[in-house]
Design a protein around this ligand. Structure first.
Ligand code: GLN
Length: 542
């Protein structure tokens, strides 16, 4: 029997609802249950793929090639369960389905309305393909009271009623702000937020109250009284120093216990949380530290590189060191001599990116790493820039660039016009829609035996997730290999360069895919583990 936990948020956004949901998933797993996590996003984009990282943060890509909300990354990192397209629905996606059905005539002459047609489509999305898990945790994006959220709240209200309390429950995440003048945590915004929920017919069963300091028992009683929630189900959720401590602290405060109690499931036995204790211990008491420069475009919005920052932290956990991230805007390196700023770092990472702005700075950073033998990790765009750098400065190819920035003399990186996915040939041209048309999701890659990456992965056939429109031009392979760039990973049909490396350099790897998407704190990605190990070796040299 699948049980549904609906997680809503109130008072303000950015309360860490995604991490709270992911942590609850991890706690239920630690008690032996299977879980699946889903996110419903109330915006009109069909998916976040077309949104600027400044608007939305990172676009997380699933195995099956869906471009999704970054919270799905938290879900995967905390539970290890691979998310799919079915796990993220937006208003845009739901409405496109409803309108497509209307055009086909599926509604048999009915007037198509938000209730019941849109809410039915939302309910279908919530229960579809849940894979028979014991629990499906459904996070509703946005904040209660937003106009956009209403159809979603109505749909979960209906589902709650249809499934009954034995199969559905509501968790509401709120904020208790501290007012210095009064010297106390204020409960009124939480009371108002619950009132908003009651207005749409939802009585929360558990309140997860975010606060920056302990919640006095008297205040907890007050919240319980005014919000109609049992006192033990008013859970204080204090800020923590590392997100991986969240499962431990929410467990101490009784979150998983209250969820199980709601469903009449046994909760007396303690869950096995050793995995999380170990991660938190290493994070809190590292044996050393390294500094990695991230040379990118969206460096003042950390959410734009969420999975990347986490994967680097995982690489640190694997090596028992703290990884300090030095976010650097690549445009800085377009000034002469600015690369000096990279003197003190132990590794340089150029992440994924789009568009021409700042690319010369990325190329300069790759050159510095290559010439000065600093560990270099180029991911997607970062690989493309490293190959252009080698083409210009090692192979002397004049006008080496990417057609992403317009026509050029030597298209070292060019538009990906044809590739195969299983037996299906995918074709693209300049003319296609922007949304959902990149090379997306998991693809296999053959790794050259004897290469550094073969050693790192310990296997010759790997699979990684992609999200790009351009590729390194195979026609330049021979010229580049002659000057020392090894194409060490190729698509199985040999047509698409997937990995390059520089033999003889301490650690210089560029990958066309996004390994950061698959890294987990309890299962760090081998490339990140190896990159951080190389950074440690570099730190010992300086
Ligand atoms: N802009 C590049 C492309 O589309 C790289 C994309 C990325 O880094 N994800 O190929």
């Amino acid at each position: 029997m699948t049980r549904y936990v609906f997680i809503t948020g109130g008072v303000v956004s950015s309360l860490g609802k995604g991490i709270a949901s992911a942590a609850l998933g991890a706690l239920l797993q630690a008690r032996g249950y299977t879980v699946r996590l889903r996110k419903l996003d109330p915006y009109l984009n069909v998916d976040p793929g077309t949104m600027s990282p400044y608007q939305h943060g990172e676009v997380y890509v699933t195995e099956d090639g869906a471009e999704t909300d970054l919270d799905l990354g938290h879900y995967e990192r905390f539970t290890g369960v691979a998310a799919t397209q079915a796990d993220n629905a937006t208003t845009g996606r739901i409405y496109s389905q409803v309108i497509a059905r209307e055009r086909r005539g599926d509604y048999l002459g009915a007037t198509v309305q938000v209730i019941p047609h849109v809410t039915d489509a939302i309910k279908e999305a919530i229960v579809a393909d849940s894979g028979g898990s014991d629990f499906v945790l459904v996070e509703i994006g946005g904040t209660v009271g937003d106009i956009e959220s209403l159809p979603f709240l109505e749909a979960i209200r209906q589902l709650g009623n249809e499934l009954g309390p034995e199969r559905a429950m509501f968790v509401h995440v709120t904020l208790l702000p501290y007012i210095p003048a009064a010297g106390e945590l204020k409960t009124k915004p939480t009371q108002h937020s619950v009132k908003e929920l009651l207005n749409v017919g939802i009585q929360p069963d558990v309140l997860l109250c975010r606060a920056d300091r302990p919640l006095p028992e008297g205040e907890r009683r007050k919240i319980a009284l005014f919000c109609n929630v049992r006192q033990e189900a008013v859970i204080p959720a204090l800020d923590v120093d590392t997100i991986y401590a969240v499962p431990l602290t929410y467990h101490q405060e009784g979150l998983d216990r209250e969820v199980l109690r709601h469903f009449g499931l046994p909760f007396e036995r303690e869950p096995d949380l050793k995995r999380w204790e170990k991660i938190v211990n290493i994070t809190r008491v590292p044996e050393g530290e390294v500094t990695i420069a991230i040379v990118g475009k969206y460096t003042n919005l950390k959410d734009a590189y969420k999975s990347l920052a986490e994967a680097l932290a995982h690489g640190g956990i694997a090596n028992r060191v703290r990884v300090n991230l030095d976010w650097m805007d690549s445009q800085v390196f377009e000034e002469p001599d600015a690369v000096q700023k990279l003197e003190d770092v132990n590794g340089i990472l150029v992440p994924g990116g789009f568009g021409e702005r700042g690319t010369e700075g990325k190329i300069a950073a790759a050159r510095f790493a290559r010439e000065r033998k600093v560990p270099y990790f180029g991911i997607c765009f970062g690989m493309q820039m490293a190959v252009i750098e080698a083409a210009r400065n090692l192979a002397g190819i004049e006008g080496a660039s990417s057609t992403e920035f317009g026509p050029c003399k030597a298209p070292i990186v060019g538009l990906l016009t044809e590739w195969t996915r299983g037996n299906i040939v995918e074709r693209r041209s300049e003319m296609v829609d922007k949304g959902g048309t990149m090379r997306l999701g998991a693809y296999a890659c053959e790794v050259l035996p004897e290469s550094l990456v073969a050693q790192i992965y310990g296997t010759h056939r790997i699979s990684e997730r992609h999200r790009h429109r351009y590729e390194v031009n195979i026609n330049y392979k021979d010229a580049l290999e002659r000057v020392g760039l090894l194409f060490s990973g190729m698509s199985p049909d040999g047509s698409l360069p997937e990995i390059v490396e520089i033999p003889g350099h301490p650690w210089f790897v560029g990958v066309q895919f996004h390994p950061e998407l698959k890294s987990k704190p309890f299962d760090p990605h081998p490339l990140f583990t190896s990159f951080i190990r190389a950074a440690i070796a570099q730190a010992r040299l300086v």
